[in-house]
Design a protein around this ligand. Structure first.
Ligand code: BGC
Length: 734
């Protein structure tokens, strides 16, 4: 028999337990939080919890736009909208909810970072990381959830109107820069949307051209940067491209999206269509599209709206297919808009401006410098003629989707005046004026080019040195979305103008403001050429710093400049290989893109991939490897000394290319597999150490549908450019 005392204790205990349960149920902060809203719970658990609460209509609503740049959340459940925004170099100005008209806000003028070609020319993953961090901070401050960037398409032809948005012709370089850029943007709780997947290498007929490319070229050239973005960068979203690949639009392409991206690479994020890139409801439902944006129809008439709901309602397509899309959108949402812990970001900070300048400075490439005309000797040259429309033109606000409303943009003339104005006389002449060709006519600018030329030649004759700031711009058929360039030549009579200027003054520095290679075959008589890119907010200051020698140029080209267009692989096979015949295009250049083509075919480009001069010089010591035999999964530790043998401090980008001596398949003469950028004081020597995983030397075996490293000899070439190899060393793979 229990004692009374024991009963009392038990009763008290029971009361206590009830009281505690009651208290937790009434006022415990966590107990009522739904799992999908509870960020202490694992992501997948939250996704499943949200998914099971949704009606079919709510699920479908998540899969298409509700405005030009947003998709809806689930208002009933407090799942927020997703706000997306262009682009790779800054946070684009607001447009109206339902139209492309600018909103006219006064709080959306951003830091314009230099174009990605400039970033690529710096060959510096840590700089790419800082670029991503700053861009992510600006996007976050502007309350964006998805930044439609970076662009990682390969530069196959200099005519592609969007080369300026990408990072050049080499998949390894693009991947190494894209990964840190992506990781750092996303630390802000802002997703990247890596674009444009895939084989979108021209703007001509971009909505309708059907690209055929071998599996091998797809895997070795066109996909590696996307794969790295997904698997190493951890990209949370990705944008399908406009074009078709093997008969299916890339925004709903079974092979690219379902098989490769999602199944093979394990991508768990959302596939966003390019704006207006969806063309078919069934294909969109089945072939891997997750969010439809930009279709030119009322939102409920989008392909992935009411019509898609019907496919699932009727059971024609299994609900599991829709659930997979919705899981991806929910994941994207929970990683961004629903992430309560993401930082607040920052906008137009001095740090961002300073970074924009640093990228612009590090990206400038000195292509040619005969007689050391640069840096400008202001003791010798007492007057400077600044000629060319790009001396006074701003560019950040053009180009298509990549345009931004820059808080400010320093033009080259402003930069040059600020830097040199108190030392030398700066004379200015416009020289030429651009015009905009439309489909069937030309819109003339309000200047007479013959008069401008006359004036410029007189100014050049009256000055000690000429800084010709020319190149391209973002007009149609130049560096511009939706249009490829009409020709490889410099437009607007610049060649003739430069020739006339050279007749009266031989001290000419040609500065190219452009995002792609241009024909410089006429420029043999020009002693100095600088590739200036589109430099963003601080463009003019960065350029002036390099011209003055405050900054020693260290940029190296991320793509080759063919001597003539026909030398380029994409242009060597007639129109079938570019831009296509009857909207069919076959990439007959296959894996031989860029320097892979020039090297293998023995064609000398005018300026090779990786080329870039400095105001100092560098000597390379013999490279050593840690072993001479490696397993297929081994890593080569390569080391070599680099010495700054010239008079000033400077940075050198050392490049390692790998060749396979005897292969069972055709391989390019050599391929970039490593690089390092080091800063050296004048006279200083430093050891460079680069790790090269042997697995990255594989080729794609079409028959076996896999990567193969063949045993045998591989040669590692160390050099300052793809056409400036200083030493080579062999290793064996067992
Ligand atoms: C471009 C994309 C861009 C989208 C939204 C499309 O025309 O191809 O790069 O992100 O528009 O502006």
């Amino acid at each position: 028999m229990k004692s009374l005392k024991t009963d009392d204790v038990m009763k008290k205990g029971i009361i206590l337990v009830f009281a505690t349960m009651l208290c937790c149920a009434c006022c415990g902060p966590k107990t009522n939080t739904a799992v999908y809203l509870d960020d202490s719970k694992p992501l997948e658990q939250r996704v499943e919890d949200a998914l099971r609460r949704l009606t079919l209509e709510e699920k479908v609503a998540l899969c298409h736009a509700q405005s030009k740049f947003s998709s809806p959340g689930v208002p009933r459940l407090g799942i927020p909208e997703l706000w997306m925004n262009d682009g790779p170099f800054g946070v684009r100005a607001e447009i109206l909810y339902n139209s492309w008209e600018v909103a006219g806000n006064n709080n959306d003028s951003c830091t314009a970072f230099p174009a990605l070609t400039a970033l690529a020319s710096a060959w510096d993953p840590s700089l790419a990381a800082r670029y991503g961090k700053a861009l992510g901070e600006e996007a976050r401050y502007r309350k964006k959830d998805v930044q439609l960037a970076p662009g990682v398409n390969i530069c196959r032809t200099p005519l592609n109107g969007r080369n300026f948005e990408y990072m050049g012709e080499d998949p390894y370089l693009v991947a190494r820069l894209a990964v840190p850029y992506i990781q750092e943007i996303q630390k802000n709780g802002v997703a990247v949307c890596v674009k444009h997947y895939a084989v979108n290498n021209q703007e001509q007929w971009r909505d309708s051209v059907d690209v055929e490319v071998s599996d091998r070229a797809l895997r070795e050239i066109y996909l590696p940067a996307f794969k790295a973005a997904v698997q190493e960068g951890g990209a949370w979203s990705l944008m399908g491209s406009y074009n078709l690949f093997r008969g299916e639009h890339c925004c709903h392409n079974d092979l690219l999206l379902n098989k490769i991206l999602k199944e093979e690479w394990g991508f768990d994020g959302a596939v966003v269509s390019d704006w207006g890139g969806i063309h078919d409801t069934r294909q969109a439902a089945l072939n891997g599209a997750d969010i439809e944006m930009g279709t030119n129809k009322p939102y409920d008439e989008y392909y992935m709206a009411d019509a898609m709901a019907e496919l699932f309602r009727s059971g024609e397509v299994p609900m599991e297919v829709l659930d997979d899309k919705v899981r991806r959108v929910l994941r994207l949402n929970m990683r961004t808009a629903m992430n309560r812990n993401r930082p607040w970001g920052s906008f137009n900070s001095p740090e961002h401006t300073a970074l924009a300048r640093e990228v612009a400075e590090q990206g400038i490439v000195l292509l040619k410098n005969e007689g050391n005309l640069l840096p400008l000797n202001t003791e010798k040259f007492r007057s400077v003629a600044v000629i060319g429309e790009n001396a006074t033109r701003v560019h950040a606000g053009g180009g298509g989707a990549a345009k931004v409303k820059a808080r400010y943009e320093i033009t080259p003339l402003e930069g040059i005046r600020t830097r040199f104005g108190d030392k030398v006389k700066v004379n200015h002449a416009m020289g030429y004026c651009s015009y905009t060709p439309l489909a069937d006519r030309v819109i003339p600018e309000p200047y007479d080019n013959a008069e401008l030329k006359k004036e410029a030649v007189a100014v050049a004759a009256a000055s000690d040195v000429v800084l010709f700031i020319g190149g391209l711009n973002h007009n149609r058929y130049q560096d511009s979305e939706a249009f490829d360039r009409a020709s490889y030549e410099l437009p607007y009579g610049q060649e003739e103008l430069l020739e006339a200027i050279l007749d009266v003054n031989e001290n000419v520095v040609l500065v190219l403001v452009s995002g792609t290679a241009v024909d410089l075959s006429f420029a043999g008589g020009i002693p100095a050429i600088v590739q200036g890119w589109y430099g963003g907010s601080e463009a003019g200051n960065a350029l002036a710093a390099v011209l003055a020698g405050d900054v020693n140029p260290s940029g190296k080209l991320p793509f080759s400049f063919p001597a003539q267009l026909e030398d380029c692989g994409a242009h060597a096979f007639g129109p079938e290989a570019y831009p296509g015949i009857d909207l069919k295009e076959v990439y007959k250049d296959d894996i031989l893109v860029g320097y892979r083509w020039y090297d293998t075919k023995g064609i000398e480009p005018l300026y090779a991939f990786g080329h870039g001069l400095s105001y100092t010089s560098f000597a390379y010591g013999k490279p050593k490897t840690d072993k001479s035999f490696y397993a297929k999964d081994g890593t080569v530790k390569l080391s070599f000394d680099v010495t700054n043998t010239g008079p000033v401090d400077g940075a050198e980008i050392s490049q390692v290319y790998v060749s396979q001596s005897k292969a069972s398949v055709m391989r390019p003469v050599k391929e970039l597999k490593g690089f390092a950028k080091i800063f050296l004081r004048a006279g200083e020597t430093r050891r460079v150490e680069i790790e090269l995983p042997v697995s990255e030397w594989a080729f794609w075996d079409e028959a076996g549908a896999g990567w193969v490293v063949e045993p045998g000899e591989f040669v590692l070439h160390v050099g300052a450019a793809s056409d400036d190899i200083r030493h080579s060393v062999s290793v064996d793979v067992k």
